[in-house]
Write a protein of this length. Structure first.
Length: 81
C-alpha cells in the first residue's frame, strides 16, 4: 500500500480515523496510550523492526504513515469518547 493510497483510504473511510482515535496500545512502554499519540520514533522503530501481526500491526502501519507524513491534523475535532 502506498502512502497516497493510505491517505485516500483515511479520508474516504472515517471509520478508520475513528478507530485510530480510540485504539490503545495493549503492551510495552506506552501501554494504554492511544496509537495516534505514540511518539513518532517509537512507531518508526516498529516500522523498521516489524509491526505485530493482526489488526494492531495494520493500525500501527497506518499510524506510521500518518506520522512520517505530518497528517496528524486529520484527527483534529475527532472525539475519543
Amino acid at each position: 500500500m502506498t502512502d497516497d493510497t493510505t491517505v485516500e483510504n483515511l479520508v474516504s473511510d472515517p471509520e478508520i480515523l475513528l478507530k485510530l482515535s480510540r485504539y490503545k496500545m495493549p503492551f510495552g512502554k506506552f501501554k494504554g496510550s492511544l496509537l495516534i499519540d505514540l511518539p513518532e520514533p517509537y512507531v518508526v522503530w516498529f516500522a523498521r523492526e516489524g509491526f505485530p501481526d493482526g489488526e494492531l500491526g495494520k493500525l500501527l502501519g497506518i499510524v506510521h504513515t500518518i506520522k512520517v507524513n505530518g497528517l496528524e491534523y486529520l484527527f483534529e475535532g475527532i472525539s475519543i469518547h
